[in-house]
Design a protein around this ligand. Structure first.
Ligand code: ADP
Length: 486
């Protein structure tokens, strides 16, 4: 049994903007089930405090760090026994909205301060100096918001082992040199092998340079980020640390994402009753005002409307896609220009395209259950969760061969689907390749026996957290060895 502090800026269902929240909820629960003593460390955003009240909230410490008074609350992850420690400072707890940016889409101007204080609390708990009488063996940090924790811990004599997981390397937590001095970080950290990144301060480098082990969320992404193309300028450092870098594919919450028992969809179904799936499609067509037609293929897209997700590929090919015999259902939010472009298309083609701007869990489940095909033309994708949800729901994914998409979706010739073929894959991120791949998929859709085979293959796959949690345990055991030998 190990004591694990899991530091994260999101955890579902308390706060979620993307896949990190899913991981930060599922992995601690899986680790708890395997007998570990896990505590999540999370900012006490206003919305989190409101949700946590119903689960019970108890103040466990009050500290002052850099003259900033901090309250530390304890609650539980709703629906589980995992303990959550909430770091309460006014810039977290007195602000509504997105954790990272304001309503104008720009980052909060004090993000450096908020996540610096968060890291200082992580350090204090890790060194058993927060008054909790609990010292973790492992501090598992996630993405740039927690990157300073391994850097702050590194000089300590008796410290826990630090593991750092990259969920998305594109977010490097970059700030000016002035902020480095404002935060009063020790001078030796200003070095290109430590926190300095081409004249700027990078929070994520704290994790990449100082963690005892680095993980990322798929094996392919672990390789890709060591190349110039995907390395975001950090590939050199990652190559230097390649011995300590492992890819562990995320699992998914197989209870929440189970078409057999999902309460958010209109008709439940499972592998043997896959023919019932179509009832979800007709229900969604009725709900969205699309022509009700069982046989027309429906393509779904859910995600952040940002460049990474390949929105340009879809928009650039829209005329050709609209000429195909199919319906498009889109759910997402992000860049205003993408949102507007998609809304315009839906207005012009109400019989073919439905676009919903916003974040809506229930609707995401409905789309997964209703669509025949799911589009994920991401330019890069560390792991990606939606393609796994799709596979589980018998919704065939169409993906660009990058990162976790490459590791989970397999395209075979139609006469060789066997037990492996489960989707459609393109290898050049161009609008033309996306178009050609959708056409290939639609041809297959006309052959119900082959289609069913793809569905059955996807629905038989095991995406549960058990396997991944076991890999993390091995990584924890490895770093513990390393740290105690020092
Ligand atoms: P990322 O973390 O890059 O956003 P992932 O595929 O790893 O991408 O995870 C995205 C998660 O967020 C998935 O669970 C997906 O269903 C969910 N999601 C994204 N956008 C929306 C939205 N607009 N409404 C509901 N769920 C969404």
């Amino acid at each position: 049994m190990q004591k694990i502090l899991f530091a994260t800026s999101e955890a579902h269902p308390l706060i979620k903007t993307g896949g990190l929240a899913d991981v930060a909820s599922s992995l601690p629960r899986a680790l708890l089930k395997r007998g570990h003593d896990v505590k999540i460390l999370l900012p006490a955003y206003a919305s989190v405090l409101a949700k946590a009240k119903s689960a019970g909230l108890k103040k466990v410490a009050e500290l002052v760090i850099n003259e900033q008074p901090i309250k530390l609350w304890q609650t539980r992850l709703p629906g589980s026994l995992v303990k959550v420690l909430l770091v309460d400072i006014p810039p977290f707890s007195e602000r509504e909205g997105n954790p990272y940016c304001g309503p104008d889409g720009n980052d909060w101007s004090d993000n450096h301060w908020r996540f610096f204080i968060f890291a200082k609390i992580g350090e204090a708990i890790a060194l058993n100096k927060a008054g909790l009488d609990w010292q973790p063996d492992i501090v598992h940090c996630n993405d740039w918001q927690t990157g300073l924790i391994p850097a702050l811990l590194s000089p300590a004599e008796k410290r826990p082992a630090a593991v750092f997981t990259i969920h998305n390397l594109a977010y490097r937590g970059l700030f000016s040199y002035n902020i480095f001095t404002e935060l009063n970080l020790p001078d030796y950290l200003w070095h290109h092998e430590r926190l300095e990144f081409y004249g700027q301060l990078s929070f994520i480098k704290g994790g990449l340079a100082f963690a005892d082990a680095i993980t990322t969320v798929s094996q392919s992404y672990a390789q890709e980020i060591q190349t110039m193309e995907f390395g975001c300028g950090l590939d050199g450092l990652l190559r230097a640390r390649s011995k300590d870098l492992t890819g562990v594919l995320n699992g998914i919450d197989t209870e929440e994402w189970n078409p057999g028992s999902d309460k958010l969809i209109s008709h439940n179904y499972h592998r043997r009753t896959i023919n019932q799936k179509v009832n979800n499609k007709t229900a969604l067509q009725a709900q969205l005002g699309l022509p009700m037609d069982k046989s027309i293929p429906m393509l779904g897209f859910i995600g952040r409307l940002v460049e990474q997700k390949g929105v340009d590929l879809i928009l650039n090919q829209m005329n050709e896609l609209l000429a195909l015999e199919c319906q498009f259902v889109v759910l997402g939010s992000g860049f205003a220009s993408y949102e507007q472009a998609l809304k315009n298309i839906a207005e012009q083609h109400p019989d073919k395209v439905s676009v919903t701007i916003g974040y809506n869990e229930g609707f995401a489940h409905q789309i997964e259950a209703s669509a025949d095909l799911f589009l994920m033309p991401s330019l890069f994708e560390p792991c990606g969760l939606n393609q796994m949800y799709s596979l589980r729901y018998g919704t065939i994914p169409i993906v660009n061969a990058v990162g976790g998409l490459r590791d989970t979706v397999v395209e075979k010739e139609l006469d060789e689907i066997g037990t492996e073929g489960n989707g459609f894959v393109f290898h050049l991120p161009t609008a033309e390749d996306l178009h050609a791949t959708i056409k290939r998929a639609l041809l297959c859709y006309q052959q119900p026996n082959l289609w069913k085979k793809l569905q059955q293959n996807g629905m038989s796959q095991d995406f549960s957290w058990e396997k991944s949690a076991e890999r993390y345990e091995e990584i924890y055991a490895g770093v513990l060895n390393k740290v105690t030998q020092h």
